[in-house]
Design a protein around this ligand. Structure first.
Ligand SMILES: [Zn+2]
Length: 282
């Protein structure tokens, strides 16, 4: 296990949130970022990911169903913003479902994923997908009009560095769309009633971003015009989970629409732009 400092503000000043699955989750007292501390070393984490996409009975089809409304919403945003033929990269593309959606819409869509099984399946379907982590991105500066990262940031060892890499490969005025879970308010509420849960999914999720910390890390990475919304819900294949997801999403979207407030405990979508004249993030 390795101790780490806060990924956003570099402080080593935390308070405990909860212990789940044998891992301590802490919150930075300075910026509020929630993270696993200490965490397993990179090689240990990497081995844990063998079979990740098959966990909890999921298969290729259930991943596609789980994300279909989010993909539909994001595809709508991209077709509104960019002409056909624009370059789109999906980071953490898994089996390549979103790459397929955007390719079918006439975009030059590609993806990267660290899972060999998932990449093999995507290549088998004729998609432009390669085995890579976001840290090892080999694309040049200004390569893409848009980058998407659905439920990726919370898995990364160094999300700030990853976002700076994404900023680098985006063209000026390029768009980043990402989606992250936001678990801490629910965990804190359940803990108050001493209700055990494993919602952080540690150590797969190394971070939990609130709207505030998400805005902070995107700003530090160089992005502007940051908009954070409830976004579309996931569609879990277990019926009861699907109902909970729909109900929480409907409530979150209604509250956001009527008051502009982002309620805690439900996933958030964010869009952020690489400014036209912005200096490279350092
Ligand atoms: Zn911090």
């Amino acid at each position: 296990m390795e101790p780490i400092n806060c990924n956003i503000c570099a402080a080593d000043d935390t308070q405990p949130v909860v212990c789940q699955n044998g891992y301590d989750i802490v919150q930075c007292k300075r910026c509020g970022l929630v993270y696993v501390h200490p965490r397993p070393e990179a090689d240990v984490l990497s081995k844990l990911y063998d079979g990740y996409h098959q966990r909890n009975g999921k298969d290729i089809h259930s991943w596609s169903v789980l994300m279909k409304l989010i993909y539909k919403e994001c595809a709508g945003m991209l077709t509104n913003e960019f002409p056909r033929g624009a370059d789109v990269l999906d980071i953490g593309c898994g089996y390549g479902h979103f790459v397929s959606v955007m390719s079918d819409l006439g975009f030059r869509a590609s993806g990267i994923d660290p899972s060999a099984d998932a990449v093999r399946a995507a290549l088998h379907n004729g998609l432009d997908v390669r085995l890579s982590t976001v840290e090892d991105l080999s694309f040049g500066e200004n390569s893409f009009d848009a980058v998407t990262m659905f439920y990726v940031l919370e898995h990364l060892r160094d999300p700030l560095y990853a976002l700076k890499r994404v900023f680098h490969i985006l063209r000026p005025n390029g768009l980043l769309i990402l989606r992250v879970p936001h678990t801490t308010p629910v965990v804190k509420a359940l803990s108050a009633f001493n209700i055990k849960n494993n919602l952080y999914d540690a150590p797969f999720h190394l971070y939990d971003f609130s709207p505030e910390t998400l805005r902070l890390i995107l700003t530090l990475s160089g992005f502007s015009s940051i908009l954070i919304t409830p976004g579309a819900p996931t569609v879990p294949h277990v019926f009861a989970e699907m109902l909970v997801s729909r109900a929480a999403s409907t409530a979150a979207r209604l509250i956001y629409k009527t008051s502009g407030l982002l309620i805690g405990g439900v996933s958030k979508s964010a869009t952020a732009v690489k400014p036209l004249s912005g200096a490279e993030a350092r």
